[in-house]
Design a protein around this ligand. Structure first.
Ligand SMILES: [Zn+2]
Length: 130
């Protein structure tokens, strides 16, 4: 499996990050499916926060390449993009952000804590046992 990751990374260093995430994701999926005595994995749903800086297409590509020959071979990967949301400590207002500029959109305070956007979670693994 390490060789597959290496050949992916040769297509561009930018893909290395996604390839290693795809491999870890696949490892968890296969392990979970085996524990549940599943025959096939049908789909995998994951949450990815925008701050995780993951390119969805690259992750999808790496996952599809790595799943070949495993019980997740026919698994479809669904990626849910999680927006960056911060809560203001001054006025409790929740703002959605496009970048790292965490300034409260209600009162202008910079005393904002991040409440979503850093996720990298597996939400659901759908399997077939027959
Ligand atoms: Zn505020």
């Amino acid at each position: 499996m390490g060789e597959t990751v290496f050949s992916l990374s040769q297509k561009g260093w930018g893909k290395l990050h996604e390839a290693s995430i795809a491999q870890s994701l696949l490892d968890i999926v296969i392990e979970t499916a085996s524990e549940n005595k599943a025959k096939f994995v049908k789909s995998v749903k994951i949450d990815i926060g925008r701050l995780a800086a993951i390119e969805n297409d690259a992750l999808m590509f790496a996952f599809d390449a790595l799943k070949e020959g495993t019980i997740a071979e026919n698994a479809r990967l669904y990626i849910n993009d999680v927006p960056i949301v911060g809560r203001c400590n001054v006025c409790s207002f929740d703002s959605e952000y496009e970048s790292f500029d965490f300034c409260c959109k209600n009162c202008g305070s910079y005393d904002v804590i991040l409440i979503s956007g850093e996720e990298l979670n597996i939400k659901e693994i759908e399997v077939e046992d027959e």
